[in-house]
Design a protein around this ligand. Sequence first.
Ligand SMILES: [Zn+2]
Length: 82
Amino acid sequence: MALASLAVPLILAGYAALCALSPFGPCRKCRGTGIRTARKTVKACRRCRGQRLRLRIGRRLLNTSRDIQRVGTRPHRPTIRP
Ligand SMILES: [Zn+2]
């Protein structure tokens, strides 16, 4: 029980570090190939648009929370009108 409660924060910390160091992971839809095959035609993967990479979910959360924090703490400058 004690070991399990210790493992969860460790895994979360590891995932957070992974998201900070390597924000992009392989696309799950095309498994990192960037192509989609359907009925003998080869097309670029729609999810990653052929980029083969996608932004990790943890990184997206980090970016969103950072954006919200920035918008919320930005000093309010009243517009000067002549
Ligand atoms: Zn893809």
